[in-house]
Design a protein around this ligand. Structure first.
Ligand SMILES: [Zn+2]
Length: 87
């Protein structure tokens, strides 16, 4: 087992909760066990969650901007194609 240490303070993390989830993969049902680890330091864990949340929000923003750029690019391609075919 790999050591599970907090990304912020380096303290060992503890299993907060675990649950089993059924996964259907190519017709086979298998049960996957998930475990959520949290920092043993409650205050630190709060900060870690905050950090993860803002990072997640940020990555969503980046992904959204990228998608918007791609859509814009595609639209331009279509516009060009339309311009060509109308000639
Ligand atoms: Zn920590």
């Amino acid at each position: 087992m790999t050591e599970n240490l907090c990304i912020r303070c380096g303290k060992p993390r503890i299993a907060a909760k675990s649950w089993k989830e059924k996964v259907i993969y190519s017709g086979m049902v298998s049960v996957v066990e998930h475990t959520e680890y949290v920092c043993s330091d409650k205050e630190c864990q709060k900060l870690v969650e905050k950090e993860l949340f803002s990072r997640h929000q940020n990555s969503l923003k980046i992904a959204g901007a990228k998608l918007a750029r791609e859509m814009d690019h595609k639209r331009k391609m279509v516009d060009l194609r339309l311009a060509k075919s109308s000639r």
